[in-house]
Design a protein around this ligand. Structure first.
Ligand SMILES: C[S@@+](CC[C@H](N)C(=O)[O-])C[C@H]1O[C@@H](n2cnc3c(N)ncnc32)[C@H](O)[C@@H]1O
Length: 230
């Protein structure tokens, strides 16, 4: 994508007005009911993303914004005992819930969790085979997204893969999506997410997009597979 079309795309993406501490407080508050609110609609989208990422035994995979931890379980099963999964999430309560889930699944030893801000990933350069994130990239403010993706590129090994699943401005833009954007604009503390151009943002951050598609829950969701160019 040319830089002209990149900036044109950014201009119709809403800004995120919440501070980090407001985001953390929001997810701490809703952690216990998150699955009740979101699982039914988001779960099929996440599953689609995990299929595209196709983690192999022995891989080292990072999940950014893992929430209650369902994908950590799937990633740990796919990477197996010779692999290692890493997770970072801003919310202490989400970390606690994910830890409990991993213990129940007897997978805690394969997964290392970190409570922190993904804008600065605390992992070594080139240390990950793959990165997964679902419904998280669209929580960052527009100017922050390239920084998060730069951080992802740094921690991926050459040729490493990334899958991002997120609310999208591609595809059919129906009434519900406009209502979501209106609510995000007027009540940012009620609705922190907004649709973005997921695959275009990965492309303009220097990733090679290998595959992308739009699936629909109540709004369009992009599922994007990209790789770090060697
Ligand atoms: C909408 S939830 C999605 C959770 C999970 N990925 C899923 O699909 O069910 C977003 C998650 O990202 C986390 N998050 C938000 N901002 C973050 C940041 N700056 N750094 C790391 N995690 C963040 C939230 O705490 C929350 O757990």
């Amino acid at each position: 994508m040319s830089s002209e079309s990149a900036s044109q795309d950014e201009s119709d993406v809403l800004r995120v007005l919440q501070s980090r501490s407001e985001t953390r407080a929001f997810y701490n508050k809703i952690a216990n009911v998150y699955d009740l609110l979101a699982e039914r609609s988001e779960q099929p989208m996440r599953e689609s993303g995990l299929r595209v990422l196709a983690v192999a035994p022995g891989e080292r995979v990072l999940e950014i914004g893992f929430g209650t931890g369902h994908c950590l379980v799937e990633l740990a099963k796919a990477a197996g005992p010779t692999g290692k999964i890493f997770g970072i999430d801003l919310s202490e309560n989400m970390v606690t819930l994910a830890e409990k889930l991993l213990q129940r699944e007897s997978l805690a030893e394969q997964v290392e969790l970190h409570c922190g801000d993904a804008i600065e990933l605390p992992y070594a350069t080139g240390s990950m085979d793959a990165i997964f994130m679902s419904f998280t990239l669209e929580l960052f403010d527009t100017p922050e997204i390239p920084s998060v993706l730069d951080s992802c590129r740094r921690v991926l090994r050459p040729g490493g893969r990334i899958v991002a699943v997120g609310l999208s401005k591609e595809g059919r833009q129906g009434l519900i999506l406009h209502a979501l954007e209106w609510t995000h604009q007027h009540f940012p503390n009620l609705l922190d997410c907004r649709p973005i151009y997921v695959h275009r943002m990965l492309e303009s951050s220097g990733f090679e997009v290998l595959d992308w598609k739009v699936e629909y829950m109540w709004v369009p969701v992009e599922i994007v597979l990209a790789r770090k160019i060697d």
